[in-house]
Design a protein around this ligand. Sequence first.
Ligand SMILES: [Zn+2]
Length: 280
Amino acid sequence: MIQEIAPHNYDNEYRPRKEKRTDYAIYVQDNKIAMWKEGESYRMPTVAEFDELQLEGVGKYFYQYLFSIDEMGFFLLKNVMADLPQNMGYCSGEIFRELKPDYMAFAGITAMQMARFAKGHAYCGKCGSPMIHCEKERAYKCEACGTVDYPKISPAVIVAIRDNDKLLLTKYAYGEYKKYALVAGFVEIGESFEEAVEREVLEEVGLHIKNIRYYKSQPWSFTDTIMIGFFADLDGDCTITRQEEELAEALWMPREEIPEAERNISIGQEMIELFRNNSI
Ligand SMILES: [Zn+2]
């Protein structure tokens, strides 16, 4: 999965320090990140590279510490600039599904989630005053009314439903991801993960399930989410009633017909692979 970056170590404790020239500079506009284009690939710019660009009208750069991987610091560049150089472009977070090395893909999506958190807390939601980053924790505070806001992480459940030797697979009706997926959805206020699993399955495919059991969780920064994975078995009638606004496809696929995943960056792909390999 995308967060499994060993032997590298993700350190998310908030211990701000001054940026070094070898650290990485995260510059995000309209939820897109500035990256060097190198042929068909992309590379995250360093602090030194941004400093050497001397972009017009920017003045002194201001960096906000985000997190570290090993000795590498990742810093959010707070200045607003006009144009990027020709060989640098704004990229959707989707590029991190493919980016190598793997730990930089994880760094990219994690940094983009933190950049969205910063962008969404320039002003206080209660009183409208400017907010500032807390000194000792990853949070923003309003000095006018005392509000403190922590990062938004939305829990979402994802479930692999088995009917003997078949697995329920779906394709989303929206978004850029068009491969086979599992039933998934956000947890609502006032419900447990298990209740969310039962509700989502009934809503999206009209099925009843039993034997709901926890598998693993995964931070999924593409959507500010933590995914909570479950396996379950069909209970009763196998007739699918597809929720058309959510799903373009929903079907029972026999184990031997399931295509092999190209990359296992998500918990959903990992769970499908486990079923395909007869491991669950
Ligand atoms: Zn306030």
